[in-house]
Design a protein around this ligand. Structure first.
Ligand code: SF4
Ligand code: MG
Length: 321
């Protein structure tokens, strides 16, 4: 079975500039050699603290950001080699939902105009066809056609996220990267939007990369979950396996800090020492060793390989193998 998306050794370095001439004085490895696949119809959750590279990864998958190295294979084709023009053709198949829909909705345009725009760009010439599609999209996300003539500020946060979702769906995408789509919403609204995303997935055969900073949020929507730390993937497993049987000390610490119903917390809360190190100068060896309660001598010297430690369960840690 060919996965919908396959990421191979993906890297993104951002230059650090300094001095009067803004010369490049260093580099931040925002994403440092990660690989994973997403199967058709699945939801892969991607979790980590801010600055761990999860959003950068999501944006690279859609080539909203150019990777420094690595392959992004979508339906068997490496899209990192496509020209801008070739990319435009498949753009509609890969869409993004943002954390703050308000920032991504033009405040001076009506909802109709906002939802029409991608249709115009992709060559839907007849006004009546576009209007029909806009009405459909609004209904799909639980809004009404009378909302079409309103402006973004006239909607609540949850409704605006529904509009963001409608826009992402307008070109019948296969893959949606959702970057913290419920983080800015009230807890009571979060569940509604998550349920909507789940329903839409079933109805339209969608595949999701679902980014969040909290393991609690992604649990019920994800088939598998990956955990990132300082630009690297440190653990990846099926959702329930990850929550019941976390292998990496970082995942264990994250889980111990989030109360999750019916996950058996035999262990006490693990409080990590210190802050996340600067991505501009990550620790040598295992980048987590400065905060890991289980660190050994070799951890500060040797980088652990990301490998299968149990069936379908991957981790990068010297405690295994
Ligand atoms: Fe901790 Fe060492 Fe495993 Fe890194 S490799 S997570 S420092 S035990
Ligand atoms: Mg982010």
């Amino acid at each position: 079975n060919e996965p919908l998306l396959k990421i191979e050794n993906l890297k993104k370095n951002f230059p650090i500039r300094g001095g009067v001439f803004g010369k490049k004085v260093g580099e931040v490895k925002a994403v440092d050699d990660i690989s994973f696949v997403i199967q058709k119809g699945e939801t892969l959750g991607l979790v980590g603290e801010s600055g761990c590279g999860k959003s950068t990864t999501g944006r690279m998958l859609l080539r909203l950001l150019e990777p420094s190295e690595g392959k992004i294979i979508f339906e068997g084709n490496d899209i990192t080699t496509l020209s801008k023009q070739e990319l435009r053709k498949i753009r509609g198949q890969m869409q993004m939902i943002f954390q703050d829909p308000y920032a991504s909705l033009n405040p001076r345009h009506t909802i109709e105009r906002i939802l029409e725009e991608p249709l115009i760009v992709h060559g839907v010439k007849e006004k009546s066809a576009r209007k029909k599609k806009v009405r459909e999209l609004l209904e799909i996300v639980g809004l009404n056609s009378y909302h079409a003539n309103r402006y973004p500020h006239q909607f609540s946060g949850g409704q605006r996220q529904r509009i963001g979702i409608a826009r992402a769906l307008s070109l019948n995408p296969k893959l949606i990267v959702a970057d913290e789509p419920v983080s800015a919403l009230d807890v009571s609204i979060q569940a509604q939007v998550l349920n909507l995303l789940k329903d839409l997935q079933k109805k339209y055969d969608l595949t999701y990369l679902f980014i969040a900073h909290d393991l609690g949020v992604v649990r019920h929507i994800s088939d598998r979950v990956g955990v990132m730390y300082l630009g690297r993937l440190v653990e990846l497993a099926e959702s329930e396996e990850l929550y019941q049987n976390p292998k990496h000390p970082y995942t264990q610490a994250l889980l111990s800090a989030v109360p999750i119903a019916d996950v058996d917390h035999k262990k006490e809360r693990i409080v990590l020492q210190g802050d996340v190190p600067s991505p501009a100068s990550p620790p040598k060896g295992c980048s987590f060793h400065t905060r890991c309660p289980l660190a050994m001598d070799k951890c500060s010297v040797e980088r652990p390989i990301f490998k299968e430690v149990d069936k379908g369960h991957f981790a990068a840690c010297h405690l295994y193998g």
